[in-house]
Design a protein. Sequence first.
Length: 270
Amino acid sequence: PAGTWLLYLPCTWSIGLAAAPGCLPDWRMLSLFGVGAVLMRGAGCTINDMWDRDYDRQVARTASRPLAAGDISTFQSLVFLGGQLSLALCVLLCLNYYSIILGAASLSLVITYPLMKRITYWPQLVLGLTFNWGALLGWSAVRGSCEWSVCLPLYFAGVMWTLVYDTIYAHQDKRDDIMIGVKSTALQFKEDTKQWLSGFSLAMLLSLCMAGMNCNQTFPYYSAVAAVGAHLTHQIYTLDIDKPEDCWQKFASNRTIGILLFIGIVLGNL
């Protein structure tokens, strides 16, 4: 699923940037984080569906989800969540102590994110803080601690990226969201969405440049950043916020952005 890729790719950026000059990224770490992304994305979906089962019943796109449809009980979903988190913990315990503590610290965000749409029009910001934790964790898993001059700009870039793609995603459900009383940046920005997305994209690109400069990245990296900028520009320019199908296609295309940047990081290192 697209969401698993969008959780995994910031991890790959960080692992790639942490590799020694002239070296490929650590394939063991890429594999571990891939498994972790599948498990934690799944756990996030389970938690989200547990919190939102009453809302999901009222939204056409989500009414068939197992909890909302009554196919499984809350207790069964809790047992399933316990299994997901236990397996994710096994992956986390394969890392160094610094990374274990850093990874465990993200669990509070995973649990509370689904509540944010009841409280604020900016749940996408909280999702960004949650989804891009791998931008910190990947580097620490390779190097033993975070190089904040690289990791923080990379993390911020990921948060801005999430605000772009998840605002687009939220426009799919805005009519249902208004009816059932939940909030999103799509409802906050309304017809000004493209201006906001342009601002987030610019902030993302500048942060990626800062991260690259602080770890001595080379021409292929900046070429990839330019390609990311072109992709974002095309996304925003052609976006039709009133067509759910177009919003979904634009949202899903962000996987290409993440892969482009990862390739740029690998080539830049080499």
